[in-house]
Structures are given as C-alpha cells and as structure tokens.
Design a protein around this ligand. Structure first.
Ligand code: ADP
Ligand code: GN1
Ligand code: MG
Length: 366
C-alpha cells in the first residue's frame, strides 16, 4: 500500500523543513514511520508518524479521544521538575487544524507523536530490561488508577475476553475457509483440551471477584521505551488498547512475550521455554509499584494469568492462520502458525512451573 506522504506530512504542525522518512519498529498492527525535520540552528528532529490500522480499530476518532485523555492524565502526574519529565509520557503532535489525527483522501487515519529520543524498544528481554518493563507497567497502572474509566471507549470490544476468543477459534475451525484445519490437528487438539481455562477470568470478573481497572492490555516488552543511558523503563507506548480491564491481562501478557527464552515466531521450538528468572524479574518490578493497590485474589491469580494470556494469544494466532492471515501482519508463509506454536509451547511449559511461579509471587507480595 502506498500513501501520499507529500500531503500527509504537511497536515501536521511539525514546522521546520521535512528531510526524510523511514519505516520504523516491529509492531504487528499499525504502520509506523519516523519522519525527520530540519530546524534553524539545531540538529534534525524526528517524530513518529503512524497510520492507525482501522481494520483492527474500527473507530479511530474514539481511539484518539482515549489516548488524548489518558496522556493528559498521566502528564498531570509527572512533576515538571522530575528528571526527563518530557519523555515520560506520549505526546500527540496536533494537525495544522488543531486535531489529534488527520484523515487522508483514502480514509486512512494518521497521527503523530513526539519521538522519545535516546531510548529504545527491545524484542528480547534481559533480566534488567524486563524488570524495568515491570516497573514501567506497574507505574502505568497506578498513574491511571483514578482515571474515570467509564469515559474510556472500548477500542476493541471483548479484547481479552478469552472465552469469546475461544468461540472465534471454534468458528474458524468449523468454517475452515482456507482448508488448513487438517494441517494443524495437533494445535487444535491442544486448544480444545484447555477450553475450560478460557472462562476462568471472565467468570471471576462477572462474579465481582476481580476489580475492573484501567489497563494497557498490550504489555509487550516492545511497548516500553527503555532509556539508553539509565536503563530505566521511561515511557509506556502503544496506547491503542488502553481501556477498562484486569491487572491480570497486563501482567500475563508481559510474561507471555518477555519471559520467553525465544522469539515469538521462533521455528525451533527447542529454544522456547518460560524463564523463571525472567518471570521473577518482571514480578519484582511490577509488584514494587502495583502491590499496594492489588487485592489478594489478583495476586493469587498472577501465575494463572501468564498461562491464560499466552493461551489466548496462541488461539488468536491459530484463528488468524485458519482464517487466511487477515489480522496480524505476516512476513512469511505460516507465520501465524509459527507464532501459535511458540505460544502453545510456552503454555505447556508454564503448566509445569505454576508452583514455582506462585512461590515467586508470594516472595514479592509480602
Ligand atoms: P504497533 O501497534 O504496530 O505495535 P507501536 O505504537 O507499538 O505500534 O509502534 C511501533 C514501534 O515504533 C514501537 O515498538 C517503538 O519502537 C516505535 N515507537 C512508537 N512510538 C514511539 C515514540 N513516541 N518514540 C519512539 N519510538 C516509538
Ligand atoms: C499485537 O500491536 P502489537 O504488535 O504491540 C496485538 C496484541 C498481541 C500481539 C502479539 C491491537 O500487538 O494483542 O498480543 O500483537 N495488538 C492488537 O504479538 O491486537
Ligand atoms: Mg506495539
């Protein structure tokens, strides 16, 4: 898909003289670019320019309302005197018309953010990085604890309703639109054996046993910017899915991605397991910030949340594979199936480690 950047870029109030743009990052959803500008007497400045994937986010206007509300709220929690205050929250660049987004003639929605310089995102964790990402997501949860949750739009309804995700898988199996179901009989069997798990958190929420909070809902390691000098998790990014949810979604999804010993799309499954050392690092960082406000039921369910969020992601990849790869960006044949397999390998590994995970949670929740 090509876009008319000559018209899109001048729609934002960057000022300065445009130098060039490049594709950026490893997200599975949006199209992300860095755009570089020249200003008089200073080094080039870059910004993030993103096309919001409106196949995934059906109402980009409401989505940007969410992001604007949440980033303003977080800004209010950061003292201007704090070191690096300007890099601790995403900042929207307005269009020349004062809007938070620009719509191009093809109906694509574009937005821009201040580029968080001297920081990086990572695909693979080290103990240090992952501990810092735990601190960052724990802090994020606290910063939004008093956000009026009812004002947030549900950017993707039922996003972490694992039961609904399971039903979508069952429908994709029944439809078998690409004729692929017979190729993945063992993955389908793995999923079906665990059907009851998919309802556990949904039912606890319905029974009022877990509190609804404002959560991020997509807490991959590569959605935290890590400061190049201090190693601190300086800013949580990718706020498209911020909406009311469970703390367990954020904890579990972080472990799913960051505590794996291999890449999300690794084909050699012998390289994939869940590292207890990394699990401990994240738990320590996250609970250092969030423990004070968490209920006992939430703490008790943290190990399960890692397993269920990994399972959920695995069934989403499998559903997309069965349905012809229409949701997640893929870069090779069978990419979603490879991703599904790593997730299921992790689930199986976590099932053997739940007791140890519980011990670690206890150690940091005392
Ligand atoms: P996706 O939803 O596709 O994952 P993200 O919003 O996470 O898109 O952006 C993709 C990548 O772009 C991130 O992983 C990060 O490396 C980079 N990125 C996004 N926003 C910023 C920012 N404000 N400053 C610097 N890098 C950013
Ligand atoms: C997507 O956008 P990104 O790459 O941070 C997805 C997550 C999945 C993840 C799997 C809006 O995250 O839910 O867990 O891929 N985001 C959306 O890697 O569906
Ligand atoms: Mg992302």
């Amino acid at each position: 898909m090509s876009y008319d950047f000559d018209k899109i870029i001048p729609s934002f109030s960057f000022g300065g003289e445009f130098i060039h743009r490049e594709q950026f990052g490893h997200g599975h959803i949006n199209d992300t670019y860095a755009v570089y500008f020249k200003y008089i007497n200073c080094p080039p400045v870059r910004y993030i320019l993103q096309r919001i994937n409106h196949n995934v986010f059906k109402d980009p206007v409401k989505l940007m309302e969410n992001i604007s509300g949440v980033t303003n709220h977080i800004s209010g929690k950061i003292a201007p005197s704090e070191r690096d205050a300007g890099r601790r929250v995403m900042r929207i660049i307005k269009t020349t018309e004062g809007q938070n987004y620009h719509v191009d003639p093809d109906g694509n929605y574009w937005r821009s953010y201040v580029f968080i310089d001297n920081a990086a995102t990572y695909q693979n964790a080290t103990l240090e990085l992952f501990t810092q990402s735990g601190v960052a997501f724990g802090r994020f949860q606290n910063q939004l604890a008093d956000y009026p949750a009812h004002t947030l739009h549900e950017s993707i309804p039922n996003f972490h309703n694992t039961r609904a995700r399971f039903e979508a898988l069952e429908e994709a199996i029944a439809r078998d639109s690409e004729g692929r179901a017979s190729l993945v009989a063992s993955e389908i069997a793995f999923a079906l054996e665990r059907k009851p798990d998919a309802s556990v958190l949904v039912e606890m929420l319905l029974r009022g046993e877990l509190p609804l909070r404002v959560t991020h809902n997509d807490t991959k390691l590569n959605n935290v910017m890590i400061d190049n000098d201090t190693g601190e998790g300086i800013c949580v990014i990718d706020l498209d899915t911020v909406m009311p949810g469970l703390s367990l979604y954020d904890f579990g999804d972080s472990i799913r991605f960051g505590a794996s010993t291999g890449d999300e799309d690794e084909r050699d499954l012998s390289k994939i397991s869940m590292s207890l050392e990394l699990f401990e690092g994240f738990t320590k960082g996250y609970l250092s910030q969030a423990r004070g406000s968490m209920t006992q039921a939430e703490l008790d369910m943290l190990p399960f949340s890692a397993r269920i969020m990994t399972f959920e992601c695995g069934i989403r990849f499998l559903t997309d594979y069965l349905s012809g790869d229409t949701y997640f960006k893929t870069h090779r044949e069978g990419h979603n199936l490879d991703r599904c397999r790593t997730q299921f390998k992790l689930v199986a590994d976590m099932e053997t480690k739940l007791d140890k995970m519980s011990e670690i949670v206890k150690k940091y929740s005392a």
